[in-house]
Write a protein that binds this ligand. Sequence first.
Ligand SMILES: [Zn+2]
Length: 341
Amino acid sequence: MPVADYARYCEMLDRARKGKFAYPAINVTSLTTANAVLKGLAESRSDGIIQVSTGGAAFASGSAVKDMALGAVSIAEHVHRVAERYPIYVALHTDHCQADKLDKYVIPLVEETERRRAAGKPNLFNSHMFDGSALPLKENLDIAVKLLERFRKNELILEIEAGVVGGEEDGIKASAAAKLYTTPEDTLEVAGCLNAVQGARYLLAATFGNVHGVYKPGHVKLKPSILRDCQDAVVKKYGEAARFYLVFHGGSGSELHDIHEAVDHGVVKMNIDTDTQYAFSRAIADHFFKNYDGVLKVDGEVGNKKAYDPRTYLSFAETALAERVKQAVNGLRAAGTTMMK
Ligand SMILES: [Zn+2]
């Protein structure tokens, strides 16, 4: 049993919230990066989540094709095949998809899952994110409810976002700071709308000062206590069953005490991209700088085939990414928690 099915994915999320740990959700863009995540998870005996962004999926389909849905299918099919060889469960997820990209990304992937289910095959993905955080909350939730109804029929879990995660595109200007914090009122709206779709499951990316990318210390003021306030408000109004399963976006570069506090307040999934991108590239840079005259044909020489064979440096990168995944697993208290017997 390689990629978790719906029941196992639900169990993974339940165990995490109850046990106060979280799964790393690592963005991948290729076979090598996907393999690296599986290796890191397996070596730390943790289940986890592999996710693909719209840009990462377009990249995976090839620069001449640039079809995000196709690239996501390719990566997911690869993971379904190789994950059987690893002693952990992995779930497959698609990252941020804004409303204007739904028709090119999430919907074709849901259709793919529907075709597979009709043919008696397992789902391709376990969950998809719809990011309507740039829309007014009501519009965001109207779209989310429609998606959730369709997801429920297909045993898919929806991730939504309320509040805005800052980052490269949004900048980190002080004037924008207010939008970086979800309010308990916002999350009550979320619960009111989405809990009406009975029997469906969703994850909520609430924002508490997070930004995408890594910033130098002092730039980012995380307030994980916002997550506690949101949980308290929703439980008070709708009861314990409404307690959120939260997602931590823009977590790269966060301090451990903030990560732990967020996990204590119900974060079950932490997205990691920037830190693993760096780990991957760092290993390649190291190889190229150390083997300058091997990877290049300098002064009429012929270089060193072993040094410029992409397998050489991509294996270093794979190992480095896997090590970074293990570090993430430890920070999220997930080491040794796999459900695989
Ligand atoms: Zn994000």
